[in-house]
Design a protein around this ligand. Structure first.
Ligand code: ATP
Ligand code: MG
Length: 755
């Protein structure tokens, strides 16, 4: 088997520490073999993903193997559909069991033989007590149990009855095979547990070959032994079963002795994870199927548009521990956003269209060039977006009587249309009921593609589409399935009544025409709205899109004080990174997720509206370092309330640095000139002749002049004083008018002095 290449490195945990110690001690000859053992009676969910990442992850890290084993010992609930779904989901998560696919049902013969062996050794007996009697005989936690009247049957009688059980001579429940351990054991699990029961049922793999089936506590540990598993990792509810696990392995005298280790299962807020409840939701048609995008099933998460990378990252962050806790679903949502932020191209879409007529548009539609990765400047890829006299914007981006800090469209106010022009709203048209039906605006032809409008500074940027060109699509807006944090935790309240009726809203949306060629499974960020994926219900050009997740980071709500008894904290290892993020405001978190920037950068931007409006008009995260350092310094030192340029000028400046025209030092000078209103970066560079030079001849000539004028410094350098080189470099750069590349000057100077 192998683990995916990008599996996040798992921090160590108590299980990995144990495996490491076992390997170091040469236990099992240094071998590591784990297994993931689902029962094929339902679809896998994100809790299983935790176990999959753990088992396959450990095998990969220690050069071992991880088996996929169907723990299929219950004929009435298992189904090949579930086997197929489990295999698909494990693969999709990025793991490969290779040759090591097993079925407990393949061990039925071997398990039967060992049961006869236990009988022969006097370690098991056939008991005819009814189920009620048996539980009565079992005693309680505080009282020991009583021996069954059948406990002392002879080996011969037991063998005979067990063989007749197998032949089908008894009805279901008439008798069971029990391990003969200790009815007074403080561990209830050890009070002669049943290990075989009668079930006259057809098994999906063994058909009608068997009418007796082994119980989990007997079959599981022996399957582990047959497969030479070293570390049998399971969830905490099996802790009390460990004693029985060890007993069965020892009593059957199998040669391979695996060991069980338990960890806490994953619980997630705002959802349910038990297979029984998931089945009830599916069968009761509360959801559309096992792959309903609101379910925590792997199939549901996949259809929702989440990538396996995000799930693996989530599993790495929650870590592995023994203490039970509920992880906030916001942490999962955070991992999803972080993953898609780096992956999804940005496009324009409008979910709740409001018509905008551009009254001074008197020409053919314009074709705007729009980058797919405006937040990631070196990444190539763009498309054409048509702009015309009739546009649509999201209703939310217009307010008739807005507060002062509303940086979107309002009567008399201007806004930048992403990738397009600045428009100003002149007139609001309403229907008879007073609802706004249309906005009449004018555009500024000078502002195409983000150029600075004269005299306009703090402009917001909104998304839009051209009405005649936009595609009409179905968008499914998914939200959390339950409206309460811990469904089923309130006495007397049916957990199904806690389903959120608004967890799915279907809208007709309008998207830019480039999406006509989108394929099923392709993901996009609809700018300012969220991440979306093309759903498999898409037929030809009739697109159906699922909202994977909105842009807003729900993690921010963790900042709010919460009722301590209701919300469990994420497990300790999980807390680290998100804990730091708690300090971020909601706005900063949104910025971080939109632009893929650091916490500090997001904080600086969120605190300074001028920086933010510059970033919005630049629309590219590449300018962020310059913004939060140089621009912020200038704003603070000069106490500026506005600057006479917008973000696109900063993009231009950055490009001049990128292509080597300007050094960082010169870029600061240009910035100062821009603030002084001297024009665009290029104009300033031309006017002042600031262009950085890499012309070696010119630089050498300048160096020679400097050396000639500073003979004593040269002498000191040659006498061994290295310190003067800094001063000489500075003088030489100055001599070139500050235009020489400092690195080149340093190199040439050293060469000159050495020669
Ligand atoms: P059930 O026992 O009700 O059928 P299950 O969820 O335990 O359901 P299994 O198919 O037995 O399902 O689980 C397979 C493996 O996944 C087991 O090793 C189990 O411990 C592990 N597992 C199941 N649920 C979780 C969870 N929420 N978190 C971590 N591991 C889990
Ligand atoms: Mg189970």
């Amino acid at each position: 088997m192998s683990a995916p290449i990008e599996t996040p490195p798992a921090a160590s945990d108590f299980i990995r520490d144990k495996v490491r110690a076992d390997v170091a001690a040469g236990k099992y000859g240094g071998r590591v073999a784990t297994r993931f053992p689902p029962e094929p009676n339902g679809y896998l969910h994100i809790g299983h993903a935790k176990s999959i990442c753990l088992n396959f992850g450990i095998a990969a890290e220690f050069g071992g193997v991880c088996h996929l084993r169907m723990d299929d010992t219950n004929p009435t609930t298992e189904d090949p559909e579930y086997v197929a779904s489990i295999q698909r989901d494990v693969k999709w998560l990025g793991f490969d069991w290779g040759e090591n696919m097993f079925f407990a049902s393949d061990y039925y013969d071997a398990l039967y033989e060992l049961a006869e062996k236990l009988i022969t050794l006097g370690r098991a007996y056939v008991c005819d007590l009814t189920e009620e009697q048996m539980s009565e005989y079992r005693g309680t936690i505080s009282e020991p149990g009583r021996d069954s009247p059948f406990r002392e049957r002879s080996v011969e009688e037991n063998l005979d009855r067990f063989r007749r059980m197998r032949k089908g001579e008894f009805k279901e429940g008439e008798c069971v095979l029990r391990a003969k351990i200790d009815m007074a054991s403080p561990n209830m699990k050890m009070r002669d547990p049943p290990i075989y029961r009668i079930k006259h049922a057809h098994h999906y793999r063994t058909g009608d070959t068997w009418c007796i089936y082994p119980l989990y506590d007997y079959a599981h540990c022996l399957s582990d032994s047959f497969e030479r598993i070293t570390h049998s990792i399971c969830t905490m509810e099996f802790e009390s079963a460990r004693e029985l696990y060890d007993w069965v392995v020892e009593a059957t005298e199998v040669p391979w002795v695996p060991k069980q280790t338990e960890f806490a299962r994953l619980n997630l807020s705002y959802t349910v994870m038990s297979k029984r409840k998931l089945l009830e939701l599916v069968e009761g048609k509360h959801v559309s199927g096992w792959d309903d995008p609101r379910l925590p099933t792997i199939a549901g998460l996949r259809r929702r548009g989440i990538r396996p990378e995000a799930i693996r990252e989530f599993c790495a962050r929650i870590g592995v521990a023994k203490n039970l806790s509920t992880v906030d679903v916001a942490l999962l949502e955070h991992c999803i956003r972080e993953d898609l932020n780096a992956e999804a191209p940005r496009v324009l879409a409008v979910l709740d269209p409001l018509k905008v007529t551009i009254t001074n548009w008197d020409r053919e539609p314009d074709e705007l060039d729009a980058a797919y990765w405006p937040h990631d400047i070196p990444r190539e890829g763009s498309r054409k977006v048509p702009f015309s006299g009739e546009l649509l914007i999201d209703r939310e981006d217009f307010m008739e009587s807005p507060p002062k800090d509303f940086h979107r469209l309002a009567p008399g106010r201007a806004v930048r249309l992403r990738h397009g022009y600045v428009i100003t709203c002149n007139e609001v048209i309403k229907d008879a009921a007073g609802a706004v039906t249309e906005l009449r605006c004018t555009y500024d032809p000078e502002t195409r593609g983000g150029a600075a409008p004269a005299g306009q500074k703090k402009l917001g940027t909104i998304h839009w589409v051209s009405a005649a060109h936009a595609l009409d699509v179905e968008v499914r807006l998914y939200d959390r399935l339950f409206s309460v944090e811990q469904p089923g935790s309130t006495e007397g309240v049916d957990w199904k009544s806690e389903l959120d009726p608004q967890s799915l809203t279907v809208v007709r949306a309008r998207v830019e025409p480039s999406l006509a060629s989108a394929k099923v499974g392709e993901r996009f960020q609809f700018e300012r709205l969220g991440f979306f994926i093309v759903d498999e219900d898409t037929r030809g050009r009739a697109l159906v899109l699922n909202r994977v997740i909105a842009l807003k980071d729900g993690y921010a709500k963790l900042q709010k004080p919460k009722e301590p008894e209701k919300r469990a904290r994420p497990q300790a290892p999980a807390a680290e990174k998100p804990a730091a993020e708690k300090a971020l405001s909601r706005e900063a978190l949104a910025l971080k997720s939109t632009y893929g920037i650091t916490d500090d950068e997001a904080r600086a931007l969120a605190n300074e509206p001028l920086l933010l409006s510059l970033l919005e008009s630049a629309g590219r995260s590449e300018v962020v370092p310059f913004l939060v350092n140089e621009v912020l310094r200038e704003i603070r030192s000069k106490e500026l309330a506005s600057v006479p340029f917008d973000g696109t000028a900063l993009v231009e400046l950055q490009l001049l640095v990128n292509d080597g025209t300007l050094s960082n030092k010169l870029a600061k000078d240009v910035l100062a000139a821009m603030i002084a209103g001297e024009g665009s970066p290029r104009e300033i560079v031309d006017k002042r002749g600031l262009k950085q030079t890499t012309d070696e001849g010119a630089i050498l000539a300048a160096i020679e002049r400097v050396l000639a004028a500073n003979a004593d410094a040269v002498a000191r350098y040659r006498a061994g004083n290295q310190n003067v080189i800094g001063a000489l470099t500075g003088l030489s750069i100055k001599e070139t008018g500050g235009r020489a590349n400092p690195k080149l000057v340093g190199e040439l100077l050293r060469k000159k002095l050495a020669g």
